[in-house]
Design a protein around this ligand. Structure first.
Ligand code: BES
Ligand code: ZN
Length: 478
């Protein structure tokens, strides 16, 4: 009895002493397991998630850990309670990189606004509508993804972009792949700027008749034309740009959730994401409504600043306001859920949304023009130029420059492509701001162009081959 009493007293005192210096924390699972083997009484592993463990540990375990891992800092993150430790395990960090959001690229934006083409947007919406359905389980849904990959590849090839690649992202929860175009950043390739929309469609009246023109062929057409316009002006981004056409959005953000989850797990440094889902229905007084829930308020304000700066008045005027979905209504929510900075500029107020979506009546004829989507395309291009930054590099030279020749002699530009092994169909002249000031079809291999209307200064002559490859050279006019 006495022995038992002594034992109990000792145990109780000891255990109280132990309890007092114990606290909750999270740490790497490898360290937690090692401590549990070394000093099992000093640490309890409460829960694990990925490579993290939530623990209840003593100060002795903390010292041991510090000796063991020899890193700066304690090697664990203190948590005030068990609930806090558990929450830290399931909660992803909020936004990773908060890069400065600045507006500096006036000259490049001015160029891009001139080349965005409304007809291309209309053509693309009709092309997507023509699949009949792009529901994620249908053959035409998958076909639409494969064809979009081909289309984006052809677009990159047309502008001779060796820095662009297109891939299908295969999913575990749907057979339909997402499509991702990557424009590799020239200076900060590990920092990603993303624009996206969803390629799939749906209909409450049977998924075999789901044209999805507004929802969301319009968004895919928007991001495609914005990218094409960037290629046309020779924009080379410093950060990596990804253009994403998500699969299976309509059945619960499936495609974007898998992509955002993978990007989070593999620590892809995504600095900003903008979603384009429904851009061609002009349903409200203002042009663009920024959805303020499940989005990042800093990025939303920045997009509004872009519109204030570039689209306050004139030919490119765009008005805006804000609205709410009240739920994670599109793929931006997948990025927000993983702690990335995301925005969702929408075509109307939520209350005045397009009533034809998710029916066989969601067709291009409802709008009959792509003017509304053109405004979103402008915002998309502005967002990409200003967040990825970069320069306009005209005529990325891939052909031996010595095979072509041009010089400005007084008011005459003389060119000679007779030594070239490829056939050049035209010669373009750009000024230093990147504005095209002359274009001339090459009929003979040697010829002249009247440049009397050009003021003196530096120009770039750009020879365009039949394949779209170009060779550039600098000219100066006295
Ligand atoms: N494009 C819609 C979202 C939308 C509709 C936003 C109307 C604003 C106004 C999207 O494709 C969609 O239908 N989303 C689903 C939810 C999603 C989680 C499946 C929806 O809104 O029911
Ligand atoms: Zn949609």
């Amino acid at each position: 009895m006495r022995i038992l009493l002594i034992f109990l007293t000792f145990f109780t005192i000891n255990s109280v002493a132990q309890q007092q210096d114990r606290f909750y924390a999270t740490m790497n699972i490898v360290d937690a397991n090692a401590l549990k083997i070394d000093i099992p009484e000093e640490i309890d592993i409460i829960s694990t998630q990925g490579n993290e463990a939530a623990v209840y540990m003593s100060t002795e375990a903390a010292h041991k850990l510090h000796d063991r891992i020899l890193v700066h800092g304690p090697g664990y993150i203190f948590k005030a309670s068990e609930a806090e430790a558990m929450k830290a395990l399931v909660e992803k960090p909020t936004v990773r990189t908060r890069m400065p959001l600045t507006i500096t690229e006036d000259a490049t934006v001015a160029q891009v606004l001139e080349v965005i083409n409304t007809q291309n947007i209309e053509d693309h919406i009709l092309e997507l509508e023509d699949y009949g359905t792009r529901f994620h389980t249908t053959a035409t849904g998958t076909q639409a993804a494969e064809d979009l990959k081909t289309k984006w590849e052809a677009m990159a090839a047309l502008y001779n972009r060796s820095d662009v690649s297109v891939r299908l992202f295969n999913h575990s929860s749907t057979n339909m792949p997402s499509v991702i175009m990557t424009i590799e950043g020239s200076e900060l390739p590990d920092e990603y700027v993303i624009v996206g929309g969803h390629l799939d469609s749906t209909s409450s009246q049977g998924n075999n008749d789901a044209p999805g023109a507004d929802d969301d062929a319009s968004g895919i057409a928007t991001i495609t034309e914005a990218t094409r316009a960037l290629f046309e002006i020779g924009f080379v981004p410093k950060r990596t740009i990804e253009v994403m056409a998500y699969a299976a959005e309509e059945v619960g953000l499936v495609g974007s959730a898998e992509i955002a989850d993978e990007y989070s797990d593999t620590n892809v440094n995504v600095v900003a994401v903008t979603q384009f889902d429904m851009t061609n229905f002009n349903g409200s007084a203002n042009d663009i409504y920024f959805i303020t829930d499940f989005t990042d308020s800093t990025l939303n304000s920045y997009l509004m600043d872009l519109l204030d700066h570039y689209n306050a008045s004139g030919d490119h005027a765009i008005t805006y306001s804000t609205s709410l979905c009240n739920y994670g209504c599109s793929d931006h929510a997948s990025w927000t859920n993983e702690g990335f900075m995301a925005s969702f500029p929408f075509e109307a107020s939520f209350a005045q949304r397009n009533g034809n979506i998710h029916t066989p009546n969601d067709t291009y004829t409802v709008s009959g023009t792509a003017d509304h989507a053109t405004k979103f395309t402008k915002l998309c291009a502005e967002f990409l130029i200003e967040t990825a930054k970069g320069e306009t590099v005209l005529g990325i030279t891939t052909i031996d420059e010595n095979s072509v020749f041009a010089v400005i002699d007084g008011n005459i530009l003389r060119y000679d492509a007779s030594a070239a092994s490829v056939y050049y169909k035209s010669i373009q002249v750009y000024d230093v701001t990147g504005k095209k000031v002359a274009e001339h079809a090459i009929n003979e291999k040697q010829g002249t162009i009247d440049v009397s209307r050009l003021s003196s200064g530096v120009y770039v002559a750009n020879f365009v081959s039949n394949s779209g490859a170009t060779a550039a050279m600098k000219l100066s006019k006295k």
